[in-house]
Design a protein around this ligand. Structure first.
Ligand SMILES: [Zn+2]
Ligand SMILES: [Zn+2]
Length: 389
């Protein structure tokens, strides 16, 4: 049976035994009204801390000093912020229900004092900095809201992977396969972009969410490939996109160059991934044919080719074998010599362009080799434009 003990604080003392005297006066007052015979068991089971309050660790009697300490800690750690929220966590073996009042009293008490002395403002829905106070130990955790930035990157050289590519033979420890570097390719777009962001914003970790990816040997030129940067727990927020862009480029050039357009939100990450499959992409490149082909000097134009592509052979180890329907909107081939041609190609995002050219042992149908009647191979490929919606 659950009995409300509100009218009978004495009974808590009785039922709870001496253990409940391990509470400070404010916590005791808040709990008296909330404890039921059932939930008081939870408190009765506890071994008291012996000193201080077993719920708040004495914080309730010490709010001014605690508020000052929280602010000091944030400034020592270098956080620049204008809004904040205080969270309070109690030990997990205490029943949660009866502590709601204690929690809101402490949060309000600290929040008001911190507002008054710092000029910063409590924001309970989307604060820039969160103080999480673990009670009764008073261990403090600080975390600031991630910063999301939208932009585009140009990959100006070949043989840089988009993400860091850890050596599979050794898992990064270093072996003969990877020349003891623990990785394939010595740099990645991801590291070239996220490392300076991490330094500039004093943020870790930093993620690069890109709209699609190019192969290691493919450059991304023109306006570049769209991305969203996610900087977690940044210390700084007092910067402009232009300032950060300059800082990234000073680090990443001449391999990679970025343009940052604006601050954005978490939702953009998912949108970017989805739109990447729908966006049209413009590539240029060089193709070589096994036998000579007869291309008109003015060029040969192919239009609107519907493809079915099975996962490329070179990726079968890493990805499921799926059939994808993709579309080549336009391909223009211009002869360089009898066996080579330059091309421009507009296709749907996610098309495997090299496999459309080679045919990938019949896994992409139709394909350029089949259309030209001789085996074709892509020698060079550059992404030169991404048409966003
Ligand atoms: Zn207390
Ligand atoms: Zn290795």
């Amino acid at each position: 049976m659950v009995t409300n003990l509100k009218q009978d604080p004495e009974r808590i003392r009785r039922e709870g035994g001496t253990r409940l005297t391990d509470l400070c006066a404010p916590c005791y007052a808040d709990l008296c009204g909330e404890l039921t015979a059932a939930s008081s068991d939870g408190f009765r089971e506890l071994t008291g801390s012996g000193e201080g309050c077993m719920v708040c660790g004495g914080l309730s009697l010490d709010l001014d000093a605690s508020a000052a300490q929280l602010l000091r800690k944030a400034s020592e750690e270098g956080y620049i912020y204008s809004t904040f929220r205080v969270n309070v966590r109690f030990r997990s073996d205490l029943p949660h229900e009866p502590l709601v009042k204690v929690k809101s009293r402490i949060k309000r008490g600290l929040g008001l004092r911190m507002e008054a002395s710092s000029g910063k403002v409590v924001d309970t829905t989307s604060p820039e900095l969160e103080f999480t106070l673990n009670l009764p130990s008073r261990r403090l955790e600080l975390e600031s809201r991630p910063v999301y930035l939208e932009g585009r990157y140009r990959k100006l050289v070949r043989y840089i992977s988009q993400a860091k590519w850890v050596c599979r033979s050794c898992g990064g420890r270093g072996c003969l396969d990877c020349g003891f570097r623990g990785r394939h390719f010595s740099a990645s777009v991801e590291e070239l972009v996220t490392t300076p962001v991490s330094v500039f914003l004093k943020s870790t970790p930093v993620y690069l969410h890109a709209g699609g990816r190019e192969d290691v040997d493919v450059r991304a030129l023109g306006k570049g490939r769209p991305f969203v940067l996610e900087a977690c727990d940044p210390r700084r927020r007092d910067f402009s996109a232009a300032e950060l862009e300059e800082y990234i480029n000073a680090y990443a050039q001449p391999f990679v160059e970025v343009e940052l357009s604006k601050l954005t939100t978490r939702e953009r990450v998912a949108e970017l991934k989805q739109s990447s499959e729908r966006n049209q992409k413009l590539y240029t490149g060089l193709v070589v044919f096994q036998h000579s082909v007869n291309l008109p000097d003015t060029g040969l134009t192919l239009r609107d080719i519907e493809l079915v592509q099975l996962t490329p052979l070179r990726m079968l180890g890493n990805r499921a074998d799926l059939a994808r329907r993709k579309r080549i909107f336009k391909m223009v081939l211009k002869p360089v010599d009898l066996r080579k041609a330059e091309f421009e190609l507009v296709c749907q995002g996610g098309t495997y362009v090299k496999e459309f050219i080679s045919g990938d042992d019949g896994r992409t149908m139709p394909n350029l080799s089949q259309i030209m009647g001789t085996q074709a191979r892509c020698l060079e490929l550059d992404l030169v434009d991404v048409y966003s919606e």
